[in-house]
Design a protein around this ligand. Sequence first.
Ligand code: PEP
Ligand code: MG
Length: 595
Amino acid sequence: MERLIGIGVSSGIAAGPALVAIQRTQVIRFPISPDRVARELSALERARVRSSEQLQQIRRRIHELKGADLAAIFDAQLLILDDPMLVSRAATILCEERVNAEWAVQRALDELASVFDDVEDPYLHERKGDLHDVAGRLRMNLRDGKGTTRDLLQDLDTPCVLVADELTPSVVAQLDWTRIRGFATDAGSRTYHTAILARSLGVPAVVGLHDVSQRIPPGASVIIDGETGEVVIDPLPGVRLEAETRARLLLLRSTPVRDAGVPLETTDGTRIVLQANIERADDVAGAVAAGAEGIGLFRSEFMLVGGPPDMAAEDEQYHVYRQLVERMAPGPVTVRTFDIDERQLARPLVDAALDARWFPDHERERSGHAGLRGIRFGLAQPAIFKVQLRALLRAAQGHTLRVMFPFVSSVHEVRAARTLLAEARAELEARGIIADHVAVGIMIEVPSAAFTASLLAKEADFFTIGTNDLIQYTLAVDRTDDRVSNRYQPLHPAVLRLLRQVRRAAVRRGIPVSVCGEMASDPLLLRLLIGCGLREFSMTPGALGMARRVVQETSAAEMAQLAAHVLTLGTVDEIERFLHAAFDNRGADTEVPTR
Ligand code: PEP
Ligand code: MG
């Protein structure tokens, strides 16, 4: 038995045999039952025959076009394909270790590649590229038209726990979660979109485990605990039993709140509004049951993930927005325009939605976090942006639908986006559609926006503070990089000062301000935010029950005193110690010092 500790990002406990997916090389390994061995062996043989036919065909064509010298490359590849160290060896691995054919090919390739590494001959060294090429062809033919991870994961004998190096939101959005009980990944953090999606789907998940995909053999029994962040490999029977009991308790805890319709107040009568962050129109009912008074953040870009490619079309979007407002009525819905980040979303789907010329291949490979995302993308691609704006204006008729721009970093961007909104309105008018007024807000999630909040407040009808990004950009800590996750500190004095500044700017201008980052779904941080004068919060529906209880037990006046002191402290350690003492002892030895 071995225990690993990562970051629990979506609570719940999942147990079962491990299915390991290496996304970077797109290889999946899973255990197969004895009666499946013959099926996998014949798939391997079919893939070999097909690969051989394809290579002969390529060889013939190159021979005709460019002559025998160049065609010899493919003679060499045909020889590699027939080498007993590759396909025959893969067959042996498949039978002995009872793993899927694709993984067996990968294993045989690794063994053969290390032989090539050991020889000194430069000619043979160069053949290594051909070896990878041949193995890639074999794997492609093994997939037999089932190209994506999602397709491959449908092919499971028993429900599994997915263990991967990384998982994109698009894969998570498309998997059949009745067959996969939860997941654990090497990469990731609490605020990564994959984690956010896991919470909204109610799938237990642990991320940031560094090398879990290398450590867990396929088929090994694993338990993951999305609350504590613990992963147990080959658990002892007692540990397994305990996990099952905890899983049942967690299920009981997640029952819907009873007083969902009652307006929420702190102990001293301060009204607090809780709304939900969602990614799919289907999540509205769950959000309402959990006590949401509205949708504070609809991450519209998730419509492009796993949906039909025509989700970029106006009518399709209109139907989704319309479903949202109708299901949430009379509560408000805030739709954030596409916060497209090329790295986080599935490339093929984004490609379908975007003008492919806009991102040359090398651009698409780069991290998109601080690149062309959010409002920058909308302004650079006005045609795509205006389709979305028209769909939103149409859907808003007779309902409270607010439009919000993500990743704003200047006044100029807001004005330009408003101009496009006016154009979208005029285009609808030309079609005989007179759209209602919609409130236009901005996300404050980039430090430049926070610093210029008083200027931006003149341009916007409301602010929503996106603490996930605001923290990462203020502290220069990539929120998806598990190696620096300990530096991602919501209690950093810089973050708290910025929050205070943004709130003040909104209050002075008389516009509403809410917090929609994950910060609000931590009980301790939520109290502090209330102490900082914030009154509206939007969070993952799963956290609403907790937030409701916290608000009902909190005095806003007491928290304001506490927050005032916190803002005088210099380090995260001091702030944490002070807050823990305050909340653990309920004021006994934590008198707020008077200055
Ligand atoms: C945020 O940045 O806090 C936020 C809510 O947006 P996202 O996590 O989708 O970037
Ligand atoms: Mg953000």
